[in-house]
Design a protein around this ligand. Structure first.
Ligand SMILES: Cc1ncc(COP(=O)(O)O)c(C=O)c1O
Length: 390
């Protein structure tokens, strides 16, 4: 069996014999019914964190799983496929327990809310999702004081954290900082990661100060490939870790929040308080478990193919690449003499999807994900050159 198919097929095959021929990169199940398989699981996308299944592909995989008899329903986001996913992530992360949450936005919120307890100050990166993209939810809904540090930077500078902790403690009303939350990779910094040594230093200082620690690791599983540190090494630094179920994995939505058993115990009541106890979570998350175990190997292979594809394209002087310092999945592509819009239009009928910025922005933001395993570097390079030729 082709190694890349083998890598991807392992997880699903373990779950369902009916899926033994299907893969995390989406090779259609052999006994698929009406839907035209010819059109499924073919597209390579350079704009997403994951495979970005179409509705037809997603329905197809779910149906195959149901037919295989391994799809277990949950009840209000408890039991069945939900429990299996929680246990799988707790194992992968080296944590005692984990809880499914319908979105990462809520997972971050629940984590810092409980970790804070009576100490309501929460330090975060100014560029974090928690500060920028959650609409002051933690402030408004949970009365937390979320303090953004080190604007513009990927990481919080240790001196900035110390200065704020000391300032809080030295006020007229001495205030203990309750939580330090770190996001890595950082979405708003082109998915760049916080260097491990910097993260260790921040966490060690926070521990000394009695500050609790949360990791927004929405895309945590891409880090080992680029930083050389395992997901368990990262998770061990923090009290709680959130990982997205739909970015790198095959969920349609969802998040995992992992931590000590005592932290997770009973937290589903608070999840429900926020309207997060979905009566039926399985339709959005049941496919995810099979894609977890094979992800890191598949991602490493995807980067191997991407490097080869870049080398091939680099032989054509029109193609230029810009890498990101401490980068993970993101890089930028420029094609001299061809607009990103024209490239997108030329690639789409060739089965390749790319994003582009507003008119006038020449750089194309690109992402490496497992969909590249559906093609070869040579074929991809040929298609990019053909698209550039118009
Ligand atoms: C770093 C980071 N944290 C949290 C989230 C929130 O996840 P969700 O969209 O599942 O609420 C996102 C989503 O884009 C993210 O990029």
């Amino acid at each position: 069996m082709d190694r890349r198919l083998f890598l991807a097929a392992g997880g699903l095959a373990a779950v369902s014999p009916a899926l033994a021929n299907s893969t995390a990169v989406g090779i259609a199940p052999a006994d698929a019914p009406e839907l035209s398989q010819a059109e499924l699981f073919k597209q390579v996308n350079f704009h997403s964190d994951g495979l970005d299944h179409t509705p037809a592909e997603y329905a197809h995989l779910l149906q195959a799983m149901a037919a295989g008899g391994t799809l277990q329903a949950d009840n209000y986001s408890r039991g069945g496929a939900v429990t299996a996913l929680e246990q799988a992530f707790a194992r992968e992360l080296g944590k005692e327990a984990a809880m499914f949450v319908p979105t990462g936005t809520l997972a971050n919120h629940l984590a810092v809310r409980k970790l804070a307890g009576a100490d309501r100050r929460v330090l975060v990166q100014a560029e974090s999702h928690l500060y920028n993209d959650s609409g002051d939810g933690a402030q408004t809904l949970s009365g937390l004081n979320v303090v953004p540090l080190s604007p513009g930077a990927t990481s919080i500078a240790l001196d900035d954290a110390k200065a704020w902790v000391e300032r809080s403690a030295g006020g007229r009303v001495p205030t203990q900082v309750g939580v330090l939350s770190i996001e890595s990779p950082v979405r708003r910094k082109d998915h760049a990661f916080v260097p491990f040594a910097q993260m260790q230093a921040l966490c060690a200082y926070a521990r000394e100060q009695g500050i609790r620690l949360h990791l927004d690791g929405a895309r945590l599983f891409s880090l080992p490939q680029h930083s050389g540190h395992s997901v368990r090494e990262y998770a061990a630094l923090f009290d709680t870790v959130y990982v997205s179920v739909w970015k790198h994995f095959d969920g349609a939505s969802g998040a995992i929040l992992a931590g000590d058993a005592s932290f997770i115990e009973g937290l589903y009541h608070v999840r429900r308080l926020f309207g997060g106890g979905l009566p039926h979570a399985w339709p959005v998350m049941a496919l995810a478990e099979a894609s977890v175990a094979g992800f890191e190997a598949g991602y490493a292979k995807s980067w191997q193919l991407a490097e080869r594809w870049m080398a091939l394209l680099g032989e054509d002087a029109r193609f230029d690449f810009r890498r990101i310092e401490h980068g993970t999945s993101r890089f930028y592509l420029t094609v001299k003499g061809v607009t990103p819009e024209a490239m997108a239009q030329g690639l789409q009928p060739r089965g390749i999807l790319i994003a582009h910025g507003p008119p006038g922005v020449a750089e194309i933001p690109m992402q490496v994900n497992l969909s590249i395993l559906r093609s070869t570097p040579e074929l991809l390079a040929r298609k990019f050159i053909d698209a550039a030729n118009g």
